[in-house]
Design a protein around this ligand. Structure first.
Ligand SMILES: [Mg+2]
Length: 172
């Protein structure tokens, strides 16, 4: 077993969608969470800054999901993998979030516009976006969709599902 887990932030461990819903006045965040919202970056992110990104809360089960990953491959093999918004302050705020809320990861992260660039025979991506999962798998990595209300695994319990699937994958 020689796996590294690349763990998504927004929608997996960081609760971005409630803050965005509040900003935009959207009741249904499905399109946003799928990356299908018909709005420009300016319309979505105008007015946000590093402090806004750094102050987002954990997902309710975010710390439990992190623990599942750490238990499966060892904390030293878990890497935070996040795509910053195409807007000033997003990358900086994400790094501040990691440094203050999960300081042992302050030097163990990848910020990238394309997670598939991290795909190889040793890496396992955990992400809530089906397109990211597909792209990572097509690029030669392993990938697991984190069950969320906006994706096809919406009826699964996220922590239980990830725990059992990660175990299957690292043993295979
Ligand atoms: Mg995500």
């Amino acid at each position: 077993m020689n796996k590294q887990i690349f763990l998504d932030m927004d929608g997996v461990i960081v609760d971005l969608h409630h803050a965005v819903a509040e900003r935009l006045g959207l009741a249904d965040m499905t399109a946003f969470n799928r990356g299908e919202l018909a709005m420009s970056d300016h319309e979505i992110w105008s007015g946000t800054d590093a402090e806004w990104w750094a102050s987002l809360p954990w997902m309710n089960d975010g710390q439990a999901i992190l623990k599942v990953c750490e238990n499966a491959v060892g904390a030293e093999n878990v890497i935070i993998c996040s795509k910053p918004a195409n807007w000033p302050g997003s990358a900086e705020g994400k790094l501040q979030w990691i440094a203050s809320l999960m300081p042992t990861y302050a030097r163990r992260f990848v910020l990238t516009p394309n997670k598939a660039w991290c795909a190889n025979g040793r890496t396992l991506l955990i992400d809530d976006n089906a397109d990211n999962i597909l792209g990572f798998a097509q690029a030669g990595g392993a990938a697991l969709l984190c069950p969320r209300p906006w994706n096809v695994l919406k009826d699964r319990e996220p922590v239980w599902h990830l725990k059992s699937r990660i175990q299957e994958m690292i043993e295979s």
